[in-house]
Ligand binder design. Structure first.
Ligand code: PMP
Length: 361
């Protein structure tokens, strides 16, 4: 077996022990004589799997009892629709967004299909989204039905290292690319959502944490898009993505064994510090993001000569360091350092970068 260090932005690296456990349980899950994939979602064995996954989300994230934990389909993109659909009672209500990159843009464009009053309270577009605008510079939004932020910007490599103050306005956080990477005060949010395929498990399941008083503002929504229906049926209104939820549960157990979100955060700080330090110290590389907004999860970096990008990628691949190509809207490279990326992977990348710079600089 040969495993690489996979710096993909998502779907992304999973803990090896999780994959091994899934492999060991693949043909006969705990004496049931079948794979989790083959199991009825209403069976006792499966109900225990989904209940444990929910309990672990609650425990690890400290979810207060007045919040529902949902396992949805449709990805984070589905939440771009569900949030305005469920929270706005008419099209003229204000929906406030902080614009920090491609994903907030997509979130706003879906909201505009539900709402005639989508307001951008701040934007970092003028500097190609290389920072998170200070809340002191935001437009007022106290009359909005909700305020939406993208807590970590996967493409541009910026992250909120603080929680926005939204007063009585429900705060909605897209945590797709940094959930479980650091402690979060869930009580500050009305809704938190995250596609699973970065820090939680495989694609196909989307975690949603929603405060109970936000359920049922609208009636007669399509059942699959109605938080209230999904909450009342405990994510079982229809067949949930059973296998993805099972893997998510294994990942949560692994996070717990790492010391929970506090343990993960300590590892993530160390990994990100190592890589940013290397980028800042070597003249050959530069980082486009402003220091105080730098993401711990997605680290973009630019080579001093763009013509070396292809050699960097092909030589890195030979060293088993893969999926480092940057997103086209930033260029250069991007290393995603999600929870399951071990420190050894970052050390190997930094050593390779030093060696490459020496040979080509
Ligand atoms: N939001 C963010 C911050 C993301 O990184 C992504 C996916 N990369 C999405 C939303 C969209 O997620 P999905 O593909 O699950 O719809």
């Amino acid at each position: 077996m040969s495993r690489v260090y996979n710096f993909s932005a998502g779907p992304a690296v999973l803990p090896l022990s999780v994959l091994e456990q899934a492999q060991a349980e693949m043909l006969d899950y705990q004496g049931t004589g079948m794979s989790v994939m083959e199991m009825s979602h209403r069976s006792a064995a499966y109900m225990a799997i989904i209940a444990e996954a929910e309990a672990l989300v609650r425990e690890l994230m400290g979810v207060p009892t007045n919040y529902k934990v949902l396992f949805q389909q449709g990805g984070a993109t589905g939440q771009f629709t569900m949030v305005p659909m469920n929270l706005l009672t008419d099209r003229s209500q204000k929906a406030a967004y902080v614009h920090t990159g491609s994903w907030s843009k997509k979130a706003m464009s879906e909201a505009k299909k539900q709402c005639d009053n989508v307001v951008m309270v701040a934007s970092s577009e003028a500097s190609n989204f290389n920072y998170i605008p200070d809340q002191g510079d935001w437009q007022p939004f106290a009359d909005a039905a909700y305020l939406h932020v993208t807590n970590n910007n996967t493409i541009f490599g910026t992250e909120y290292h603080w929680t926005p103050e939204s007063g009585d306005v429900p705060l909605v956080g897209d945590m797709s690319s940094n959930i479980l990477s650091r402690p979060v005060d869930v009580s500050k949010y009305g809704i938190i959502y995250a596609g699973a395929q970065k820090n939680l498990g495989p694609s196909g399941v989307t975690l949603v944490i929603v405060r109970e008083d936000l359920l049922g503002r609208r009636s007669n929504l399509p059942v699959m898009l109605d938080y209230k229906v999904q909450a009342e049926s405990e994510s079982m209104h229809n067949t949930p993505p059973t296998y993805a939820i099972y893997i998510l549960g294994l990942v949560l157990k692994w996070v717990k064994a790492q010391g929970g979100v506090a343990g993960m955060e300590a590892q993530n700080i160390a990994k990100a510090a190592l890589l940013y330090k290397a980028i800042d110290e070597m003249a050959f590389y530069s980082c486009p993001t402003q220091v105080e907004s730098r993401s711990r999860m997605n680290v973009p970096f630019i080579l001093s000569d763009d013509r070396l990008n292809e050699s960097f990628l092909s030589e890195a691949k030979k060293a088993d360091l893969v999926t480092l190509k940057g997103h086209r809207s930033v260029g250069g490279m991007r290393a995603s350092l999600y929870n399951a990326m071990p420190l050894a992977g970052v050390e190997a990348l930094v050593a390779f970068m030093g060696d490459f710079a020496k040979r080509h600089g």
